[in-house]
Design a protein around this ligand. Structure first.
Ligand SMILES: Cc1ncc(COP(=O)(O)O)c(C=O)c1O
Length: 385
């Protein structure tokens, strides 16, 4: 009998490298493989399982909704979608919401909004300033917006209209701004490249620049949103609001859903401009409503801030070259190229961490993680070192 990895090799496109483990179930911060072995999960499906695996409230909501109505398309109204939009707007800033299925799609919506807004408001300006090292997803526009050549170069020609500047450098944005510029698009903490938070004053400075020069500020909170950084949204650490914000990852507690929120100034879509067959379907929205309720009821935003500090301290104690992060979005760096080997040693010892490259390890655990789990992870990581 071929193993699951062998079958995957034969039948799945090889778009990425997987670790040699096949998971069959999860509960809270734990995952279990096909031999019944238990793992502590500090990656949470890449910052997705905000309230852990198989949370009873999500399971109940999804089960009830699946028995009632899974999908209708957006030709009609469904109540969970409207309720979810209302909840997200209430938690963030005055805006309206477009629902889709992923972070890339949410960013596509944001890019289209910027372009339409530019046509209307800035003499057809269309260029979006983004940052080197950023990650906005894998669609053609999203890889072009993202500032990492390895993800975009094989797919040339790329769509025009993106300019990349260094992160945390307000002057670089100022210098790159021209009559063609329509928006600045940023991650409040660059996640995929290895957790690089915005420096104090940077986002506030970009906000002021956008206001002074009539540009849109788009914040990609796909990874940082919904409590991950110790605030509902990472921009709330900086006392600003964006014109457009994108969400996905943790929103559905594991079900695929993305969202693009636009403030009144940027709310330019009209019927026919954009759409998604599955976007915001009742199943995904009912899961998301359950996730938001649990985060609120259990005070998980404050808990994430607190546990983020505990995790940060535990990582500092490992003696890594650099530890950086915000809330439960943390990373540390090795001098030597040993992050991948470290990831494998942790896996062998029953701990899931994410090596983003040969030098950096990213930890984005479920927000429900507690002191005991962080202690256990710390011991395992020490052993792996
Ligand atoms: C900041 C950010 N934006 C966008 C995306 C893309 O999201 P998705 O994989 O759901 O398309 C990611 C995924 O890692 C992300 O971290």
């Amino acid at each position: 009998m071929p193993t699951t990895p062998e079958l995957a090799d034969r039948y799945l496109m090889q778009t990425g490298r997987r670790l040699p483990v096949t998971f069959v179930r999860g509960r809270g911060c734990l995952l279990f493989d096909d031999s019944g072995r238990e793992y502590l999960d500090l990656v949470a499906g890449i910052a997705v399982n905000l309230i852990g695996h198989a949370h009873p409230d999500v399971v109940a909501a999804v089960t009830a909704q699946a028995g009632a109505l899974i999908h209708t398309s957006n030709l009609y109204f469904t109540q969970p979608q409207v309720e979810l939009a209302q909840r997200l707007v209430g938690l963030s800033f005055p805006s309206r919401v477009f629902f889709c299925n992923s972070g890339s799609e949410a960013n596509e919506a944001a890019i289209k909004i910027a372009r339409k807004w530019g046509t209307r408001n800035r003499d057809s300006a269309f260029e979006i300033i983004t940052t080197t090292g950023s990650f906005h997803g894998r669609t053609l526009a999203a890889v072009t917006a993202g500032g990492q050549h390895k993800y975009s170069d094989p797919f040339k020609p790329l769509p025009e209209g993106f300019v990349h500047v260094a992160y945390n450098d307000l002057n670089a944005i100022k210098e790159a701004t021209s009559a063609r510029t329509v928006a600045v698009m940023l991650e409040p903490v660059m996640g995929e490249i290895g957790v690089i938070p915005a420096a104090p004053g940077y986002l506030a400075g970009v906000r002021s620049w956008c206001d002074e020069h009539n540009l849109l500020l788009i914040l990609d909170e796909v990874q940082t949103g919904l409590g991950r950084t110790g605030r509902w949204f990472a921009h709330q650490h900086h006392g600003i609001t964006p014109d457009v914000m994108t969400l996905a990852k943790g929103l559905g507690g594991g079900l695929p859903i993305g969202a693009c929120l636009a403030a009144p100034r940027a709310d330019v879509f009209e019927p026919g401009d954009h759409g998604s067959t599955f976007g915001g379907n009742p199943l995904a929205c009912s899961a998301a409503l359950a996730v938001l309720s649990v985060i609120e009821r259990d005070g998980l935003v404050g808990h994430a801030a607190e546990m983020g500090d505990v995790l940060h301290e535990a990582l500092l104690d490992l003696g890594a070259k650099e530890v950086r992060g915000l809330g439960l979005m943390q990373a540390f760096e090795f001098d030597e190229p040993r992050a991948k080997a470290f990831q494998q040693s942790c896996l062998d010892a029953g701990l899931i961490v994410n090596a983003v490259d040969e030098h950096s390890v990213r930890l984005v655990p479920p927000l429900i993680i507690g002191n005991a789990e962080i202690d256990g992870a710390h011991t395992t990581m020490r052993g792996a070192l």
